[in-house]
Design a protein around this ligand. Structure first.
Ligand code: FE2
Ligand code: FE2
Length: 224
């Protein structure tokens, strides 16, 4: 079976300003977080070989998506409140999910990222949202399945990601709901709305890759 690692990044997948952003992230992030971000970029590009979307935008969003992840909750909350970013009570109860919107805000206001697809992909990687672009869907999923991740159920999710982007996203959202329920953490309504959108909408993001033209019929979700 084809593995995501079989689709590697090539020179045309890099934004012209990639070295600048890489330097920024090298200073901004811990080595471990930087490694994760690069793996999200690579995994996202691999998924774009299957499902489409702009690999350059996906790679840049992957590199920048966790730039606010190492901020303290109170910092995230202070920025989000000041910038009018609060959209759901879950953000006040669990401010860490604000690291997506805050990273998008920093990318736009401090680092000159103007592309709405890149910004959207960064913004929604924590909470998801209905009507996400293909690029944002891919970054959301790449964040969860990059090769450095390890948790119960990830093998199934990686396999699904090669077959059906929509089913893989639904599965990852359901896993998140189970995880949040166990931790007694509220669910963000953006994610609820995203799940509904995915479930109800004829999904246009299909792949032409021969390895992916299989229907996922017998997949049994195993609660982690
Ligand atoms: Fe994140
Ligand atoms: Fe991440």
């Amino acid at each position: 079976m084809t593995e995501l690692q079989d689709f590697i990044m090539s020179p045309e997948d890099y934004d012209p300003k990639w070295p600048y952003y890489l330097e920024l992230m090298t200073r901004q992030l811990s080595a471990k977080r930087l490694e994760h971000s690069l793996k999200v970029a690579e995994t996202g590009v691999a998924l774009s070989r299957l499902y489409g979307g702009d690999p350059v935008k996906i790679a840049l969003a992957g590199l920048l998506h966790d730039s606010a992840k190492e901020m303290k909750d109170r910092q995230l909350l202070a920025i989000a409140e000041e910038q009018g970013m609060i959209t759901d009570p879950a953000e006040q109860e669990n401010p860490s999910i604000l690291h997506g919107p805050v990273a998008a805000w920093m990318a736009e206001t401090q680092w000159g990222v103007k592309d709405p697809i890149v910004l959207e992909s960064i913004r929604y990687h924590t909470t998801a949202a209905p009507h996400m672009s293909i690029e944002a869907c891919i970054v959301f999923l790449a964040d969860l399945i990059e090769p450095g991740r390890s948790y119960q159920g990830i093998a199934e999710l990686r396999a699904l990601a090669l077959i059906d982007l929509k089913v893989a996203m639904l599965e990852s959202i359901d896993q998140t709901f189970i995880f949040l329920d166990r931790k007694k953490v509220p669910v963000h309504q953006g994610m609820v709305a995203c799940r509904q959108w995915l479930a109800e909408t004829e999904f246009e993001y299909q792949t032409n890759h021969p390895e992916a033209n299989k229907k996922c019929v017998d997949f049994e979700r195993r609660p982690s």
